[in-house]
Design a protein around this ligand. Structure first.
Ligand code: NAD
Ligand code: TYD
Length: 361
């Protein structure tokens, strides 16, 4: 791995991944292609600006000419594909953008990579790797007693977001099977950590609690997610890139199944300690039950036995430690927070998703 192309590197996980790789592989040249949607923030990578081994390219992954040019001119040998529309609630209001980026974008990227890497000059495809970053949501919803998702669990996506990710996973798999493109896929559970756009549960709750705004719980708040600290996800992707087998899928999870209400009350307790002068102590008085998300998946859980056994990966950060670091990060990065909160898109989103939502009875 000498020249790496990251897609969607100005988003939450992509920017954490670039920081992580820059630290552990300082000589690696990293190219980041990102179209800078509402979820992106170039400041996430401000400390890399101007460095010789980091190049930012503003562009859409659907732009085949641009992608091909970057692949050839920068002699890219590895692609890690994060770029996506990622918010389930937005996919319910407007699925089309999800089809554009997650399905067509992944398809165009695969075509470009196939054309450049599998050309006659490049007879040894072992030197390349296309890693596709996906989600556990493709497997659908579990009942409380169902076993966790394994790599052989049948796909059953329930939201336009998860359906578009499932479609992209299938495309990636097919390029391995049909064209022998050297790919790997990972399906990961919910991430949390620094730089996450505050429309997702954890940063939304931290920032709303900070402002004294309601903490919206969809439905009964007993939906279960398996939470993973984002740096552990980055480490898992790195292990797959360097030691994973081409053609394989790996499930990645935090082994931490929590309900929405458990997550919110944990954050509130941390905020009570960190902000003893707050006007809204205890912060959990801000919890407000609101109408549920349509088609809301009840439970996700990941069985990460394969990546543990084959690549000796397991999460290093437990939830108590990771969530404390995360809350502290948002409280200590108020410039970043203020910039996000002041965005017009963010205000429009809050109005659209919450103002008319109504309370859950
Ligand atoms: P994010 O929404 O924070 O960031 C997505 C990034 O992709 C943004 O910077 C955006 O500008 C960029 N992007 C979107 N469309 C693009 C396009 N057409 N061309 C170029 N760039 C484009 O997302 P995230 O939470 O960092 O998720 C990254 C990946 O990880 C996604 O593929 C997602 O499905 C997957 N994933 C996320 C989680 C999670 O909990 N966040 C869990 C498992 C898997
Ligand atoms: P989210 O962060 O949107 O991730 P995902 O839907 O991809 O799992 O939501 C995590 C859980 O929190 C999910 O069960 C929905 C719930 N949730 C709320 O109860 N209130 C909210 O305002 C949000 C954004 C999410």
């Amino acid at each position: 791995m000498k020249n790496l192309l990251v897609t969607g590197g100005c988003g939450f996980i992509g920017s954490n991944f670039i920081h992580y790789l820059h630290t552990i592989e300082p000589s690696l040249r990293i190219y980041n292609i990102d179209s800078l949607t509402y979820a992106a923030n170039q400041d996430n990578l401000a400390n890399l600006k101007g460095k010789a081994n980091y190049v930012f390219i503003q562009g859409d992954i659907c732009d085949s000419d641009l992608v091909e040019r970057v692949l050839i001119e920068s002699d890219i040998d590895t692609v890690v594909h994060f770029a996506a529309e990622t918010h389930v609630d937005r996919s319910i209001y407007g699925p089309e953008a999800f089809i554009h980026t997650n399905v067509v974008g992944t398809f165009r990227l695969l075509e470009a990579v196939k054309k450049v890497w599998l050309s006659q000059e490049n007879s040894n495809s072992d030197q390349f790797r296309f890693h596709h970053v996906s989600t556990d949501e493709v497997y659908g919803s579990l009942s409380p007693t169902d076993p966790a998702f394994s790599e052989s669990t049948p796909y059953a996506p329930n939201s336009p977001y998860s359906a578009s990710k499932a479609a992209s996973d299938h495309l990636v798999r097919s390029y391995s099977h049909t064209y022998q493109l050297p790919i790997t896929i990972s399906n990961c559970s919910n991430n949390y950590g620094a730089y996450q756009y505050p429309e997702k549960l954890i940063p939304l709750v931290v920032l709303n609690a900070m402002k004294g705004d309601p903490l919206p719980v969809y439905g009964d708040g007993r939906q279960i997610r398996d939470w993973l600290y984002v740096i552990d996800h980055c480490d898992a992707i790195y292990q797959i890139l360097t030691r994973g087998k081409p053609g394989e899928t790996y499930n990645i999870g935090g082994d931490t199944q929590l309900t929405t209400v458990e997550v919110i009350t944990t954050i509130c307790a941390i905020m009570d300690e960190l902000l003893p002068q707050s006007a809204v102590l205890p912060h959990n008085q801000l919890i407000k039950y609101v109408n549920d998300r349509p088609g809301h998946d009840r439970r996700y859980a990941i069985d990460a036995t394969k990546i543990q056994n084959e690549l000796n990966w397991c999460p290093k950060t437990n939830f108590q430690e990771g969530i404390l670091k995360t809350v502290n990060w948002y409280l200590q990065n108020l410039d970043w927070v203020e910039e996000m909160l002041s965005r017009k898109d963010y205000k429009i989103w809050l109005e659209k998703n919450y103002d008319q939502r109504g309370e859950d009875k």
